[in-house]
Design a protein around this ligand. Sequence first.
Ligand code: GLN
Length: 312
Amino acid sequence: MTPPLPALLDQIHTEAQALYGKGRVADYIPALGEVPPRQFGMAVALVSGESHTVGDAQVPFSLQSITKLFTFVIALKLMGEGLWQRVGREPSGAAFNSIVQLETENGIPRNPFINAGALVITDILTSRYAHLDYALLGALRRLADEPNLHWNPRVAKSERDTAHRNMAMAYFMKSHGNFQNAPELVLDNYCRQCATEMNCQQLAQATLFLANGGRDLAMDGQPDELFLGADDTRRVNALLLTCGAYDAAGDFAYRIGLPVKTGVGGGIVAVVPGVGTVAVWSPELDAKGNSVLGAFALERLVALTGWGHTTL
Ligand code: GLN
């Protein structure tokens, strides 16, 4: 018989700590390089309303690319299928910040989760919202049932001051007519978006709609609210499975087999459709920009629980 979740989380926490020192904290965004590396938190939120945490699950961290999941969902709700005129939905097989495919594919990024694709999504939302940061925070506050969510101005500035490659991609896409706004303005919004902070418990809660057929689980005894249609929810999960971990998406699918989104802040969120969500955070990254301890913890959790084994 599988031990109860709190015992499993304790076991995984202990095992994961053996991996400290095997990765490196991202420092291409200077402010991220200052985060103490030896931290690990994990939270599980279940569609039944139950939740469990272990380690540093209450410590806020920089969401970075995990925000691309939420901006994509907001853009999909706004634009529906029209979105696919601007961005593709194929795995890229290239680094998250790769520019090379933009040239061969006429300025259309491969998917919404690599940087180029996320910049297009932020461009779309910049045209729609006067204050994109508040639109994103508003959605996250609602989904996480947490009014106190913010973006970190120091991290945003640190990324903005060094965003030369992302800026190059934005200009390249503009030269192909796939960018509506001034790249400078979109980059301001993108860097604020990436600097959004949450802890594992909040992140697991905020993504629970993806495990719950698109319904945002109400915490106060009210009926669940539909945040995203069931078909779109299934499509988002499919894209997270195939594209959510950049050029390690195949490896993640093999090892973990769940829709995931990773970020260079060291966070990973995973969806177990019909069951719940798992958010894990540990800042040391592998060469592809994914959390070493985070990926290990998810791999252990699915092995120990059997989660996802019947959904694929
Ligand atoms: N803000 C980061 C960047 O654009 C996000 C990258 C990531 O988390 N993979 O480089």
